[in-house]
Design a protein around this ligand. Structure first.
Ligand SMILES: Nc1ncnc2c1ncn2[C@@H]1O[C@H](COP(=O)(O)OP(=O)(O)O)[C@@H](O)[C@H]1O
Ligand SMILES: [Mg+2]
Length: 489
């Protein structure tokens, strides 16, 4: 050092404290060991003592492999064998040698072994003769690095495991999501099917209701028709003989009356011959007001004949109206049926002080079920009467239809129909009338009848000003399957 070159180096040499190689050796962070060529420990620095957990006085002066015997079971793997081989190489070849990551199992004071990893370098320290005088053994403790790397590897492994698990979970979730989606799809499908079947069930129910109402009504009508026909028939017989008898009675009474007036010419003679009898006759004649009675007889008979004629008309109307038993098509003029129907319902109209006015134009004959057409007119008239205020009119008009059929109109100036319900008035059981008054069947039955005829029924209404129902019937119904009406016995 003394012959260090002059110049800038002098400067730092001057300021450098005196070097103590012993202290430098001990302060070095690596593990230093100085060996003789026969591998006896000459010196060990503090780091070595700490790292090997030995004491200087226990190891210095002793052969290396005596202090650290090569016990194979203690040092698995290369053990001290590779250290020995390295030292031998250094001694022989006089060049530094490395043993990277040498693993040692160091005995702890309590007898346990602690695994440590060392990077080892052995360097020859040559003497003046060029021979190896000492061997410097340097060890870098790599245990922490190895542990860190192990920890990192473990961490990576865990991460990898987690990633793999996450991947698996994602796949599982995907699978489950798909299963859920499938289930949802099936559910939706089932739901659709369910609501479709619910819908068709509702439709079936409606159809059933309609059929039921038709059945009930048809049955009622058939029963009514039979009863009316029976009553009309029963009335007809007595009506015929009462009419006959009345004619006979009138003729006979007239004969007796003219005979009586002949007798009365003999009044004076009787008074002369038998005053008592004459007084009796005069008293009797006065008691019965003979003159008035004889004079009233003619009008009396006339009024009775009128009454009988009306009864005959009613019976006739009933029979015309009640042609319900006729399930065959008839080629008819509908006007007389409408007249009869109006006649029958007039009584009801009169109670409300409603007048039924007919305006029946000549119409072509059409093929129809006459009783059913009457039934439609009856339903329309009775609804019109129900809706009409007192002292108003219900008009029923017929006219030829453009297609060779007929048009029937029933017009009232009553309440009219709220637009909110106009779509529903043809539904079975739809009624705005109080319970017991309305069945809600009239229009739905009429709708069915008109449809069976291949016709149409429509309504125009101004709420508060009245309603007009229009029925159009074609010249004949379209050929088709018999409907429930016709199948009815
Ligand atoms: N001419 C009319 N004016 C006003 N409303 C009517 C008329 N005709 C029918 N409607 C309405 O249509 C409903 C259904 O009529 P309908 O089927 O004959 O049953 P119902 O007469 O038993 O109520 C009636 O309740 C009424 O609200
Ligand atoms: Mg009605």
């Amino acid at each position: 050092m003394d012959d260090a070159p002059v110049g800038p180096h002098r400067l730092w040499r001057m300021e450098l404290p005196p070097l103590d190689f012993r202290r430098l050796f001990d302060a070095a962070p690596s593990l230093y060991l100085l060996l003789t060529p026969d591998l006896v420990i000459v010196a060990a620095n503090d780091a070595f003592l700490r790292g090997t957990m030995t004491r200087r006085e226990d190891i210095v002066g002793r052969p290396l492999f005596e202090v650290f015997p090569d016990v194979p079971e203690r040092s698995a793997g290369a053990g001290l064998g590779s250290l020995r081989a390295s030292l031998e190489r250094v001694l022989k070849e006089r060049v530094p040698d490395e043993v990277p990551m040498q693993r040692y199992d160091l005995p702890l004071p309590d007898g346990r072994l602690e695994r440590r990893y060392w990077n080892i370098r052995n360097s020859p320290v040559l003497g003046p003769d060029g021979e190896v005088a000492l061997v410097l053994h340097i060890a870098e403790d790599m245990t922490e690095v190895v542990r860190r790397r192990e920890a990192e590897m473990e961490h990576d492994r865990r991460n990898e495991e987690l990633r793999a698990r996450a991947g698996k979970m994602a796949a599982e979730i995907y699978l489950r999501a798909q299963q859920v989606e499938d289930a949802n799809r099936r559910l939706r499908q089932l739901n659709d099917e369910l609501s479709a079947s619910a819908q068709s069930e509702r439709e079936a129910l409606n159809a059933l209701r309609r059929t039921q109402s038709i059945l009930v009504q048809t049955e009622k009508l058939a029963a009514l028709g039979q009863m009316v026909a029976g009553v009309a028939h029963e009335i007809n017989n007595p009506l015929a003989f009462v009419t006959n008898n009345l004619a006979v009675a009138q003729r006979d009474f007239e004969a007796v009356a003219s005979l009586l007036s002949l007798y009365r010419r003999a009044d004076v003679d009787i008074a002369d011959a038998q005053p008592e009898l004459a007084a009796q006759i005069a008293a009797g004649a006065e008691r019965i007001d003979l003159d008035y009675t004889l004079g009233n007889l003619g009008p009396l008979f006339a009024r009775s004949r009128d009454g009988l004629k009306r009864i005959r008309q009613i019976v006739e109307d009933l029979r015309t109206f009640a042609r319900l038993d006729e399930s065959d098509l008839h080629e008819i003029d509908i006007n007389p049926g409408i007249e009869s129907t109006a006649n029958i319902i007039r009584g009801r109209a009169r109670k409300k002080n409603v007048e039924i006015v007919l305006a029946l134009e000549p119409v072509p004959t059409i093929a129809c079920y006459p009783g059913k057409v009457n039934q439609v007119v009856m339903n329309l008239l009775s609804n019109a009467i129900d809706a009409s205020p007192a002292s108003s009119q219900v008009r029923c008009r017929t006219a030829p239809g453009g297609d060779g059929g007929v048009v029937i109109e029933v017009v009232d100036s009553g309440t009219g129909i709220d637009p909110a319900i106009v779509d529903r008035i043809f539904d079975p059981f739809f009624t705005t009338k109080p319970q017991g008054e309305g069945t809600g069947l009239g229009l739905s039955i009429s709708y069915g009848i008109v449809q069976d005829h291949g016709g149409s029924i429509s309504v125009a209404s101004t709420p508060g000003a009245g309603a007009c129902f229009t029925v159009r019937l074609p010249p004949r119904p379209p050929a088709r399957e018999p409907t429930s009406y016709e199948r009815m016995p």
